[in-house]
Design a protein around this ligand. Structure first.
Ligand code: MF3
Ligand code: CO
Length: 256
């Protein structure tokens, strides 16, 4: 069942969304050559506490990993797709890209968003990877409208990514969000005909999160049981926003 939120609930999700936005803005300032991914984690954890919020990821149990996640951020560098873990020895260097993903719970409602940022100058191919991934999210957001169907969202990401020569990850998907971090429906970045294709209705909220590989689509999980990496070692980019279906069209909760 897909939970639909009232206007009052959406206002609460808006507050979570804006907090996540502010954290990611700060992360973009800190993510420079010489900073470690743990520097990001420490600053983000403080911002969440100062706002009186709870981290969404820290303590979240993931069956595939067999344990709860230990950090407020996922920091996934270069060929890491998602669920990279902050590490004081992982120092960012020129030419890297880092996906920074965070979620919070405020007043009972979750917000979840991710950006991928370049460190110094990155290759032209990597700039294109970031641009196409960002564009695929923006195009998909435009599909989050009453009367459209879930596959319109999923198919829009897939079409834009594959027509630009990149590939979408299939092992990880976006999701509904509200009083739970992960609610129905799953939001794959491709049309998965094994799933239902519900019509979108006012009050539904989707976390749309394209994960795009420069090379082949396959993902593998490292021995740490968390970090998902591209099987072929190619770079991967990730952007995410929470989007509500409203009578006035898509409402991106995780940016002003
Ligand atoms: N943005 C991701 C998601 O919504 C990150 C989850 S990390 C976890 O699934 F540790 F909380 F699983
Ligand atoms: Co998410």
């Amino acid at each position: 069942m897909i939970v639909r939120k009232t206007a009052a609930e959406l206002e609460k999700m808006r507050r979570s969304g804006l907090l996540v936005f502010q954290i990611l803005q700060k992360m973009k300032e800190i993510a420079v050559e010489g900073a470690s991914t743990m520097d990001l984690e420490i600053a983000a954890e403080k911002m969440i506490a100062d706002a009186g919020a709870r981290p969404a990821f820290k303590g979240y149990y993931v069956p595939a990993a067999g344990e709860a996640y230990k950090f407020v951020l996922c920091t996934s560098v270069n060929e890491e797709i998602v669920h990279g873990m902050p590490n004081p020895r992982r120092v960012l260097k020129k030419g890297d890209i880092v996906s920074i993903d965070t979620g919070v719970k405020l007043d009972g409602y979750y917000g979840d968003s991710a950006v991928t940022v370049p460190i110094g100058e990155v290759s032209e191919q990597t700039r294109k990877l970031l641009r196409v991934t960002r564009e695929s999210l923006e195009l998909a957001i435009e599909q989050v409208r009453a009367g459209h169907r879930l596959f319109d969202v999923c198919g829009t990401v897939e079409e834009h990514v594959t027509s630009n020569g990149f590939s979408v990850v299939r092992e990880y998907v976006g999701h509904g969000i509200g009083t739970q971090l992960h609610e129905e429906p799953q939001v794959p970045n491709y049309v998965d005909r094994r799933n239902e294709n519900p019509r979108l209705k006012e009050g539904m909220v989707l976390a749309v999160e394209p994960m795009v590989n420069a090379g082949r689509p396959e993902a593998v999980v490292r021995k740490d049981r968390w970090t998902a990496v591209t099987k072929d070692g190619s770079n991967s980019a990730h952007f995410e926003h929470c989007v509500a279906v409203t009578e006035n069209g898509p409402w991106v909760l995780t940016r002003p």
